[in-house]
Structures are given as C-alpha cells and as structure tokens.
Design a protein around this ligand. Sequence first.
Ligand code: KG4
Ligand code: ZN
Length: 341
Amino acid sequence: TRTLTVLGIESSCDDTGAALVRHVPGQPGDVLANVVAGQTDLHAAFGGVVPEIAARAHAEKLDLVVEEALARSGLTLRDLDAIAVTAGPGLIGGVLSGVMLAKGLCAATGLPLVGVNHLAGHALTPRLTDGLTFPYLMLLVSGGHCQFLRVDGPEAFTRLGGTIDDAPGEAFDKTAKLLGLPQPGGPSVEAEAKQGDPKRFAFPRPLLDRPGCDLSFSGLKTALMRARDALVADKGGLTRQDRADLCAGFQAAVADTLAEKARRALALCPDITAFAVAGGVAANATLRSRLTQVAGNIPFIAPPLALCTDNAAMIAWAGIERFRAGHTDDMTLSARPRWPL
Ligand code: KG4
Ligand code: ZN
C-alpha cells in the first residue's frame, strides 16, 4: 500500500540491463530509467549468441549500467526499497553475474533481494505499462521463447501451449541468414516482405491440423530452404523479387499460424480482461494486425518495443509484484539455467 522504488537487473541473454521503476499503488508503473547495453556487434561474426562472450560482456558492463540507471533517474541506492534480479532461465554465466551483483548490493545496503523469473518479467509487462488486471492472456514471442500464458496473478501462470521446436524469432533470424539478409533477421525479413507476394510460395502452416495451442516452426525453415534451393538450381540465383516473395510467404505463414493458435487460446479463456503480447517478434506489424483481428472485442495490448524486448524495467516491475506479495529471497538465491514458469 506504499509507494515502492526498485532497481532491476537483467543479464540472462545478450542484453545487459539496469532499470529503476517506481510504483504508486493503484497506478501502472513509472519507468524512471531503463538502460540496456546490447551485445549484437560482439556476436555478429558468429551467427548467434556465444555464451562465453556474453558472460564476459555482462561481467564487464553490469556495474556500469547500474550506475548509469541511477545517474539518469537522479536516485541513489538509499532511495530504493528493494533490488530485483533475473535469477533465470537463461545463459548461466550472465545470470550468475547479475545475481552476484544484486547480492553484493543487498549485502552492502541491507536492501531486500528479490529473485525474478525472466519469463514472468515479460508476462507481467502489460501491468507495468497499462495497468492490466488479472486474468489476461499473454503471447510471448521472441528469439528464444514462444508460449501462450494465462496470467491469473503475479505468480500464477498457466501455459496453454508453445513451440515444440524453434522460437519464431529464431526462424526469422535463420530465414534472413538463408537469404543473405542482415541480422537480427526479424526487421530485415519484414522490410523485404513489404515488396513481396505472400501467395507465390505455399509454405506450411504447421500443427494447424492438431488440436491445442502448440506450435512448430522448424518445418517452415526447411520448406523455405527447399524453395530457395529450387530457385537457385533453376536460375542460378535469387532475384530481388524472389527474395521479397520468400520473405512475404514466410512471414504470412508465421502470422497465420500464430493467429490461429491465438484464436484457440482465446477460446480457452472466456473470462480474460485483455490479450497482450511481449517479446521482440511482437514488433512485427503483420503479426500485430492479425492478432488485433483475432482479439475482436477483447482489448489487444502491445507494450512499447523497448519494454517488449529484453530489458530490466520488466524485472524491476516483476520484483515489485513479488515484493508486494510478501516474497523476498536470501543470500542462498541461486542462478537457474532452466526455470519453467
Ligand atoms: O525479445 P528479444 O529482443 O530477445 C529475445 O529473444 O529474448 O527478441 C529478439 C528477436 C529476434 O529473433 C528478432 O529477429 C526478432 O525478435 N524480431 C522480429 C522483429 N523485430 C525483432 N521478428 C519479426 N519481425 C520484427 N519486426
Ligand atoms: Zn526475453
């Protein structure tokens, strides 16, 4: 029932983040500072995130982003009520660095420590930005995750379905790689698709024939590779138009599949207040418009992109929710590479 100000720390993948969030009861959260240091350039030459490089970069940058977040907000550690940190799931080297920094800061200041599940951070973001009330439906779509969650409380999540292989962001990234487009693949494939004909290539809509909300994207990747190889065998290479049509066909297949599974997930939750998305792929305009359609009369909520992709403000927020529920952690808090909701 009192105002809380919390520092959040995030280092579970390839973004090092620190943020300060203030919460006045009865209102959405107020992001006072949200600092993210990305590592895309460090991993670019390797075609994916290299865990060892990620861990070193986190260890180097963590205290700097915390200082920067405090400086931008004009606050000091004395102004805080708690420190929240991602304790998993993720690449263990980075998660460990974040947890150790948070423990050190808590030991030095006496502030309560709150361990946060990274996925809970994503899933609770629409409460930070829009003050959503429970229950709501969340579609988390990123480079590493794809799942439908029914959210009934700050620590009450029901997984309705998810990918059985690749995440959609991963599929966008692999598509870009196959077609020689720059990484991250999502934005470049989306840009190419604007000039393309989504109907020229009939890509599969995996698992639509099966009941439930599970998804699969690896077959789509194979179909795309075959279509590309057939064009190359036929004409010796791809034209600009071929590339655009392949991107448009791929994007339409992803959007169709997610839209149909969203329709089923919505049907399983007739009592929800809203349908929300989070994760980097939620930036995709084609996907957004399809999901808005499927939501119909139910409000469709897409947080601003900076809070959809990996960030520490969502961790601070999830920490506030856990802290208000009376949960804190002690110095035995461990870093967990796997931690299902
Ligand atoms: O949430 P995020 O920043 O990081 C994690 O994966 O946790 O998501 C990054 C993913 C990448 O795979 C990227 O290609 C994808 O989100 N992405 C997009 C778009 N922008 C980013 N995918 C489709 N369309 C976009 N406009
Ligand atoms: Zn994430």
